[in-house]
Design a protein around this ligand. Structure first.
Ligand code: DGJ
Length: 727
């Protein structure tokens, strides 16, 4: 998988799908050569010397113009005027670094990364890792680049480690997880942006000369921007064309930078955002970046998504959750918010049990003295007297009914009106000389502090042990401000945001390791922290606080660009919908939620008998199709961002069963009906669709003509296809 040719310095990472080539020049400078479809070998270097451009200075000791090359790990200050991947400040104030090749190793498997979420290997022979060390010509600072290639995935996992082997401290000001210079070619960039309740908007635009930055400086990966981008050729569609996808395995501040220089070289970078970031490296100290995953596909955006889905599903989500059938839950939040008592909860849970739901989740409001969002965060002890018989009694009853029981927590927060704040005012993240900004009446806890993490670990463990819970919804409802820790020295204040995220990972890895039987679902006011970092611990995430089925079409479509459907919490809620007031049928609501991890978030006792029957039928059907629905191959067919419709199909591995989802948003007079060409089926097989037998070839080449009723907005259809024979 990784070949190194010492005479030419060419390093070729390859599997049957992709090749990634870099080269060590005789002077030790690292050059990027190629990333794309698999090549048998790389011999083109003589024909691929870049033109030296106009005013580009030359490295005097190496006869190389850094500003003209495709760099693999660019530093600043010596003639490469594009954004560097690495920037340090030396003890004497110098911003320079000249990194040259020192050593390389090719290792079986993938070395473990301490303290950060990561892709893993199940056996060492499934991947190889290139460990390439560069050293600065002056300071004895070493940079080690890690590249892992798996046999089975069209991806490269990259990360970087910096070590200060010198005798004086240095300060890191910028360090990307991956940087790559793509050769001149026209690209569009695709991003996922949004805000609360409208996450994962797909936006596409041409890459022009200059720099495009996508980032979050909110201390969380954010609803505003997902830590992802794709560079695609202009003709690329969902089904065909070249895609270079980049994503970060990280939940905090990040930056994606796409810089096209006037000579049409495109530099693509992803890593921790450098605003307010610096890292103090004492002699002997080291720093590790989060991992980035780089994915190449020739099969359009669906091709890219399927690679992300596979690698996330198989090598990121903890193995114990893989292929685990995720329970159908009932959550009380939209039904009751904070206004519940035992009787109300049990009514909802009982109605859930009657329709076949498997897990009852008690959301916010069970702890401290919390009857609204102004108090008690941090006081993770039961609200005395709110529930007759207490949490233990509630949990016992739910369990007796054959359901699992789950609880909501928002561990990273502190309310000013809380016992915790009264005892530990210095546990809040802020600079005490300023009045901190408040969000939803709450503040962040300083997770850089071990004492805070220990407190949370103990409190949450005590509740799990006492109450007996099977599921935790881990919420996080405000972005970071006032990024200052009273417990760190002045020269480490640039480390706070990253140390917070490291603290979060330390806490959740401790809890998830201690309670492997508990299913964790991430949440940050919905999809405010929907990223690969969280997925390395928690296999599903509440996709959005917007539960309107029509809004969800876009949110789930966009989210699926990167994340598999088994990671997307998707609930049926009441009509009219709480967030947008829209009326939709139970069928439409269930169809949209069925294409994620199905749940119900409404008072089921208020449904009509016909709707209850529809829910029962769907729950039964979902259970029968659950492996396929949660773990099948999802292929997007029609985009709600581009058309009045949304459609996707989920096909099982053996192409025996498939489920097609189709929604037409608004009714139209004299509507033009476009055949819906399916994908992913076996062209040689026949399938039963609604009592008729059709060929897989027909379904994919001719398509289905679904004709919605003339006078119905928000019409939706779910079709199950069963294979009947093959020639
Ligand atoms: C925000 C979440 O996204 C909601 O689902 C709910 O849990 C509330 N927080 C509770 O405060």
């Amino acid at each position: 998988m990784i070949d190194y040719e010492p005479t030419t310095g060419v390093i070729h990472l390859h599997n049957q799908l992709i090749s990634y080539v870099l080269q060590i020049e005789p002077n030790g400078v690292l050059i990027h050569r190629y990333w794309g479809p698999n090549l048998r070998h790389w011999r083109l270097d003589a024909l691929n010397q870049p033109e030296r451009t106009g005013q580009t200075p030359v490295l005097a000791d190496a006869d190389i113009a850094l500003g003209s090359i495709c760099a693999e790990w660019p530093g600043g200050g010596q003639g490469d005027y594009r954004y560097p991947a690495f920037q340090m400040r030396q003890h004497n104030g110098s911003p320079l670094a000249s990194l040259r090749f020192k050593a390389l190793q090719i290792r079986e498997g993938k070395p473990v990364l301490e303290g950060l979420p990561q892709f893993f290997v199940v056996s060492d022979d499934e991947a190889e890792t290139l460990v390439l060390t560069l050293t600065d010509t002056t300071t004895a600072v070493e940079v080690t680049l890690y590249y892992t290639i798996y046999r089975a995935f069209a991806s490269i996992i990259r990360r970087v480690e910096v070590r200060n082997l010198g005798a004086v401290p240095v300060r890191l000001d910028e360090i990307m997880s991956a940087s790559i210079d793509l050769r001149p070619q026209a690209f569009d960039v695709i991003q996922l942006n949004g805000d609360w309740a409208r996450e994962a908007n797909v936006e596409r635009e041409p890459v022009h000369t200059g720099t495009k930055v996508l980032r979050s400086n909110r201390g969380m990966s954010s609803a505003q921007q997902n830590p992802f981008f794709a560079l695609v050729t202009p003709e690329t569609t969902e089904q065909s064309g070249e895609v270079f996808g980049f994503a970060l395995v990280y939940s905090g501040n990040f930056i994606c930078r796409i810089e096209k220089d006037p000579n049409a070289l495109v530099r693509a970078q992803i890593g921790i955002d450098s605003e307010n970031f610096s890292w103090h490296l004492d002699p002997g100290a080291q720093f590790e970046t989060p991992e980035a995953v780089l994915t190449y596909s020739e099969a359009g955006l669906n091709g890219m998504s399927q690679i992300f889905h596979q690698i996330i599903g198989q090598r990121l989500i903890p193995t114990r959750y893989q292929h685990m059938e995720r329970p159908i839950l009932v959550n009380n939040w939209e039904a009751t918010t904070f206004n519940f008592d035992r009787e109300r909860l049990l009514k909802i849970a009982k109605a859930g049990q009657a329709v076949g739901a498997e897990l009852f989740v008690l959301d916010d409001g069970w702890f401290g003295h919390r009857d609204d969002d102004t108090s008690s965060l941090g006081d993770w002890v039961e609200y005395p007297g709110k529930l007759q018989g207490g949490l233990v009694g509630l949990s016992k009853t739910i369990h007796r009914w054959g359901m699992k029981f789950g609880l909501w927590f928002e561990p990273e927060m502190i309310s000013q009106n809380s016992q915790l704040y009264r005892t530990h005012p210095d546990w809040r993240l802020c600079d005490p000389s300023y009045t901190p900004a408040v969000g939803r009446h709450q503040y962040l806890l300083d997770l850089t502090m071990p004492a805070v993490r220990d407190y949370l670990f103990e409190r949450i463990s005590a509740v799990i042990d006492l109450v007996g819970i099977d599921y935790i919804k881990w919420d996080m409802n405000r972005p970071m401000t006032d990024v200052f820790s009273c417990h760190l020295p002045a020269d480490q204040q640039g480390e706070v945001a990253h140390r917070y995220v490291l603290g979060l990972y330390a806490l959740i890895s401790r809890l998830t390791a201690r309670y492997p039987q508990v299913l964790f679902e991430g949440c940050a006011s919905g999809g405010g922290r929907f990223d690969m970092g969280m997925l390395a611990y928690m296999p599903q995430i509440w996709t959005s606080d917007n539960t309107d089925a029509i809004a969800r079409l876009r949110i789930q479509y966009g989210t699926s660009l990167i994340y598999p459907q088994s990671t997307m919490g998707a609930h049926v809620s009441a009509a009219p919908n709480e967030q947008v007031g829209r009326m939709t049928t139970i069928e439409t609501r269930q169809n949209v939620a069925t294409s994620g991890v199905l749940g119900y978030e409404l008072d089921l006792t208020e449904l009509t008998t016909a709707d209850v029957d529809a829910v029962k039928a769907r729950v039964k059907q979902y259970k029968q199709l659950r492996q396929l629905l949660q773990y099948g191959r999802m292929i997007r067919l029609r985009s709600p961002f581009e058309t009045n419709e949304a459609s996707w199909v989920i096909v099982d591995e053996t192409q025996t069963q498939a489920v097609v989802f189709f929604t037409r948003v608004l009714a139209q007079a004299n509507q033009l009906v476009m055949p819906l060409k399916l994908a992913g089926l076996d062209a040689r097989a026949d399938y039963r669709v609604e009592g008729r037998i059709c060929g897989g070839d027909e379904l994919m080449s001719v398509g289905l003509t679904l004709t919605p009723p003339r006078h119905q907005d928000f019409w939706s259809k779910m079709l199950v296809l069963e294979r009947v024979s093959s020639d």
